[in-house]
Design a protein around this ligand. Structure first.
Ligand SMILES: [Mg+2]
Length: 301
């Protein structure tokens, strides 16, 4: 089966005002989605999603750049997939989308789910969590976080992950104030839903350590990317200090970027994103994590 063409669909949709979400730096007013299609001479089309965090228009440019090196090649040969280089995020994200589309083609050709191609006994389902808690404003009704969480309990989510809210320095937020809200949230949810925190790499080590210890005491399911990603030793210290899993790596595109975190046990759970690094690289990362200790490559809620 030969590749005949590659196409990138750059989709975008405005969020309704109540669905916009905020981080320390910006308000997200729209959702982007970048779909890559790999066409073949046998009428099968492979479909993969490249994370829009790579930048949709730049991903499309890289797909066009890579297309002449792929057209005419065997779509089912694993050696056909291009590799991420760990240097250019848009390039690697384009590669990830192409890689996922090639896995999709392999699945279609064999009449199997991609999960069946990746492992001998894939799970029939995976637990979902509400990835949210990114609309509360420390200056104006931070308790919106709790109201939102109770909505997810109603909807039957087994877990929710929330963020640390608007800029702490501007809004006079301290570790104590944050932990006060976290305790209120924990009490309101009352064991009906697991909780996790994503720091988006925004906390200092001095802030992260007491937060990690208190969230561990409250039984949080995991603590994601609390401190700047370069601080591998800081991650290792946090992971050693608490029983709760410390996790990260969603923006890394290669095994080499994960390697020091795995070797130093800086992450209890690795979180590669197939839309950022591709399924082929993700499987390599998972294998290395598994090799270094159980519980690093999968999550049991
Ligand atoms: Mg995250």
């Amino acid at each position: 089966m030969r590749i005949t063409a590659l196409e990138t669909l750059c989709l975008s949709r405005m969020h309704e005002p109540e669905r916009q979400w905020i981080t320390a730096q910006y308000r997200t007013v729209k959702a982007d989605c970048t779909i890559i299609q790999v066409r073949t001479d046998e009428s099968l089309v492979g479909i993969g999603e490249a994370s829009a965090y790579g930048g949709s228009s730049r991903i499309a440019e890289w797909v066009d750049w890579l297309a002449p090196t792929l057209v005419g090649k065997d779509a089912l040969d694993p050696a056909t997939a291009p590799h991420p280089n760990g240097r250019d995020r848009a390039h690697d994200t384009a590669v990830a989308g192409i890689d996922c589309a090639l896995w999709d083609l392999r699945g279609k050709a064999e009449g199997k789910r991609v999960s069946e191609l990746l492992g001998e006994s894939p799970a029939a389902s995976v637990p979902m969590y509400a990835s949210s808690g990114c609309r509360y404003d420390w200056r104006d009704r931070p308790e919106q976080l709790i109201e939102e969480a109770l909505g997810y309990v109603e909807e039957g989510f087994p877990a929710m992950k929330f963020r640390i809210g608007t800029h702490w320095e501007w809004d006079g937020v301290t570790v104590d104030r944050f932990l006060g809200l976290a305790r209120e949230l924990h009490q309101a949810v009352a064991g009906r839903m697991a909780l996790a925190l994503d720091g988006n790499c925004r906390l200092t080590m001095e802030e992260a350590m007491p937060i990690a210890k208190e969230l561990d005491r409250l039984g949080f399911a995991w603590l994601e990317e609390p401190i700047p990603w370069r601080d591998i030793d800081g991650y290792a210290a946090l992971a050693a200090a608490v029983g709760m899993p410390v996790t990260g790596g969603e923006s890394f595109t290669t095994l080499e970027q994960f390697r020091p975190y795995i070797e130093k046990r800086a992450y209890d759970i690795v979180q590669p994103d197939a839309g950022i690094c591709g399924l082929t690289e993700l499987a390599r990362i998972a294998e290395m994590a598994e090799h270094h200790g159980p519980g690093q490559s999968h999550l049991n809620l």
